[in-house]
Design a protein. Sequence first.
Length: 467
Amino acid sequence: MLSFATEFPISDEQTTGDFLAAVKDWALGLPHTVLNAQDLSALGSVGQWSFQKGNESVVSLHATNDRGESASVRYKRVDDGLEWTTTVTFSRSVGSAWVAIRVFCESNHPAARLPPAKKPVLVRTLLQSLGGGKDGDLHVITSPHILGNSDIGAATRLITGEANCRLPIIYVSATFQGSHILDINRLANDMAGVAHVVVEPNRPFSLRLKLEANSENVYGGTVGIYWPDGGGRRSFFIGKGFDSASDMARAVFDEVRTALTNRRPLERCTWASTQEMVSRQTFEQLKASGSDQVDKYIAAFDEELASKDQKLSDAEREIGRLKAELRIYESRSSPGIGAALEAGQEQDLFPNEISGIILDALRDYQFRVPQDSRRSHVVAALLASNPGNDESAQFRERLKEMLRGFTGLDGKVRRGLEDLGFSISEEGKHYKITFQGDDRYTFTLPKSGSDHRGGLNAANDIGRLLF
């Protein structure tokens, strides 16, 4: 079973020798390995090389041609009824160098349980030793790509699939208070070599991005995974299946890992591609030497044919997977199942705002239709399946408590308003408070409140218009 797969560009200054040295360091640093430096001294020899010791085996392929150079290493280990196979491939052409890693785990016993899939240490080893290369508009790094206020165009290209990235984009939006749900540095380190982590700077940036990206951007603290070539997105946010930031971070990793294991690898970064180069190189050497060793000719051709068959098999599996996905999407978009509404040019100004408005409208509507009618049954089913959270009521109550007995904008009230998403301007005779940077929702508060009910009245007016 394929448990992990990724491929990413590395610095184009790196050579095959640098790659093989990094792989040796990784193999010799594995826990409980019996291999030593002498055992791996011939690793990466031109052609095919193999070595076995105890429960470990290593096979390498290395070939060059007029288009570039390729090397693959396959490490196998049998331990506690599980067979682990790690294949890592290096491919270098003019101005471009890539590595790919694929990890298989198979059980030799029907009762053995496969362990949870993890990101292998080999990814970090290669990045540290070889350095990340340029993937479309972004470099592969172990830290987050933090956008600046002027990077609206760059953000738009990334989330619409126009940035020519091979790796997925994990876009971390700013919360309504301007912070981020996840630890962005830890997330970027965990996802290095697997996906790019892109972080927006603030909430106003999100509002401007909405216009440029046709509302395709996640916002309000939501984390979105954007697939290459505009292949859609997957959104994650606290409160819908995830009780904590760590739960959500794990779900993000699992989503990306699953997608990458199901994606067809770059042809140049596969064992079969390197095997084909080795076979072709062997054939050309025999041909150039005028050899009449027919058996070697046949063996070389058989290996090349086997690599072609492997590629064909991979392609057929990919076609089958795509057909299955197409059926899933077709069933989701069937007009007879479910319902979908576009929010148009509006976005949530606080979590679940628009869905809450729709549910409130349905609750009101259910008393306006005849009982036991079709509409009554559909509305009842929708409300039962979407109970929702009453964030609006919570916002209204917090605002009332904050402005009850209001006589001035002290530090406590200021912090409370900012936590709710209001920005505050002190110009003029009154305070002006604007909700989530949207000028349509600007309200005034007196700088000196004399009426003890003035604050509560203001809270009721604001709550009626906003929440």
